[in-house]
Design a protein around this ligand. Structure first.
Ligand code: 5GP
Ligand code: MG
Length: 178
């Protein structure tokens, strides 16, 4: 069992680099076939999805574009809780089929925020591609079209995902040892 330390925590390998690569092959093949003939824009959600977006997109054969946005969360001054603004839009997605590319879907809050914005901006179709999915944590009903791996409700790092900023460069996915 491969174990690594990041800062004060120990993690154990959960998904290997080979497993990730062959799963992305399958997902890309599926997207290439499902979205043939569509006007497609891939939309990566930074920071976490940057590796998955790159690895997926290099396997895409559709004439398409890719763009990235980021969610800036900050605490509001009122008691309304955290406000999440979407920054970095520079792509007109009106009448386009948008493939949202996520590192992980956990509660689904991020996804819901992005999905709502795509509806407002009048995307003609919305597909969701996520490398990881925690079914036990997911609280929304947005359908996830392309899921790399369903994982238990444990904290994971690697392959774009961080622990306090570290670990994004790990080529496989590691789960926190409790
Ligand atoms: P949500 O709860 O909105 O679905 O997920 C929000 C974000 O939390 C994800 O995009 C990801 O950046 C982060 N996140 C959720 N679960 C994990 C995890 O297990 N590890 C890490 N590093 N980030 C996570
Ligand atoms: Mg994310």
């Amino acid at each position: 069992m491969k174990e690594i330390n990041i800062l004060d925590k120990t993690f154990r390998e959960l998904i290997t680099e080979q497993e990730i690569n062959s799963r992305i092959d399958e997902i890309a093949k599926q997207i290439n076939s499902d979205l043939a003939g569509h006007d497609v824009v891939f939309l990566g959600i930074l920071n976490g999805a940057f590796l998955f977006a790159a690895d997926l997109y290099r396997r895409i054969k559709l004439e398409s574009r890719i763009s990235f946005i980021k969610l800036a969360s900050y605490e509001g001054t009122s008691s309304s809780g955290s406000i999440r603004e979407l920054i970095g839009w520079n792509e007109d997605i009106r009448n386009k089929t948008v493939v949202v590319v996520e590192d992980i879907v956990d509660t689904g809050n991020t996804l819901e925020r992005v999905f709502g914005e795509l509806v407002i901006r009048k995307a003609s179709g919305i597909k969701i591609a996520t490398m990881l999915y925690k079914p036990d944590a997911y609280k929304k009903d947005i359908f996830l079209d392309y899921v790399g791996f369903r994982i238990p409700n444990d904290f994971v790092v690697g392959y774009g995902l961080d622990y306090d900023g570290f670990g994004r460069n790990l080529p496989s996915v590691y789960a926190l040892i409790k």
